[in-house]
Design a protein around this ligand. Structure first.
Ligand SMILES: NC(=O)c1ccc[n+]([C@@H]2O[C@H](COP(=O)([O-])OP(=O)(O)OC[C@H]3O[C@@H](n4cnc5c(N)ncnc54)[C@H](OP(=O)(O)O)[C@@H]3O)[C@@H](O)[C@H]2O)c1
Length: 247
């Protein structure tokens, strides 16, 4: 299988690159930092993997750069659009267009740019995988920008599941709970049921192999959040306020 992975230089994306290579797959690792991509190749592109690992360097927020970089890509079986950033709203003065734009540029428009660049190259039977977050399921305080960008990505995947079906392109959405990566290492709050990148990669790869439309992990956390999501909004808000007071 030929797999393209964005956000390949760190955390979940990096582990996916390592695991797909180990499984014998061909990987196109995408990142915005050429030095980090070179380090990735030095570490993972050895022991017979040399021919199966290539890299593409582009910033997903840059429309033209993304389209140009993806244009020569051919015959991708699976594209995992995983690149993303997180910024929290620590105080009301953080609610600025600039902050929301930074987050949406990377998390939402980055995904849209990649889809635009990849669609002409995707053949019937190939799969698009969009990484959102379980944060979209509950009104977590401070997560206004991050979780709304991920809710937008989730909506996008659900509609693409319908609109790309006639082309034979399947779409999977991935909603992780907390995963130990540089993105969460900076968090100053408790992260229940946080899993390792190994567990995250296993859950994503297994869900993709089974052709799932929707992947949640860890399972129990996903179940709890989906239950919370079904509560009346007033209860969700009361609960979230209580969580805020306890931190
Ligand atoms: N960790 C969690 O608990 C968690 C939970 C739910 C969802 N997620 C989602 O999972 C995905 C991966 O997160 P992670 O935890 O593995 O984070 P990470 O370790 O910070 O990795 C993020 C990756 O995205 C890349 N990236 C960021 N902005 C980019 C841009 N403008 N252009 C190109 N690449 C860009 C980063 O590149 P650099 O290396 O150059 O920074 C890095 O490779 C994200 O979409 C995140 O929102 C994570």
């Amino acid at each position: 299988m030929k797999v393209l992975i964005t956000g390949a230089t760190s955390g979940i994306g990096r582990q996916l690159v390592a695991d797909y290579l180990t499984a014998g797959d061909t990987v196109i690792a995408c990142g915005r930092n050429p030095e980090k991509l070179a380090a990735l190749v030095a570490e993972l592109g050895t022991h017979g993997c040399e021919q199966r690992l290539t890299t593409l360097s582009f910033d997903v927020t840059n429309h033209a750069a993304t389209i140009n970089a993806l244009q020569p890509v051919t015959e991708v079986d699976c594209a995992i659009l995983n690149a993303g950033v997180c910024e929290y709203i620590d105080q009301p003065s953080d609610i600025t267009g600039a902050l929301f734009k930074r987050v949406f540029d990377a998390n939402y428009f980055g995904v849209v740019h990649c889809i635009e660049g990849l669609l002409p190259q995707l053949k019937p039977g190939s799969r698009l995988v969009l990484v959102d977050s379980m944060a979209r399921l509950f009104p977590f305080t401070r997560a206004e920008a991050y979780a709304s960008s991920k809710a937008a990505v989730h909506y996008l995947s659900n509609t693409l599941k319908i609109d790309l079906a006639p082309q034979g392109i399947q779409v999977t959405s991935v909603s992780p709970g907390f995963v130990k990566t540089p993105l969460t290492d900076v968090n100053d709050f408790e992260m229940p049921m946080r899993v390792s990148v190994h567990e995250a990669s296993r859950a994503i790869r297994s869900g993709i192999a089974k052709g799932k439309q929707q992947i949640y992990f860890p399972r129990l956390f996903g179940w709890v959040l989906r239950m919370l999501n079904k509560l009346p909004l007033a209860w969700q808000i009361t609960l979230s306020k209580r969580m805020k007071k306890d931190t």
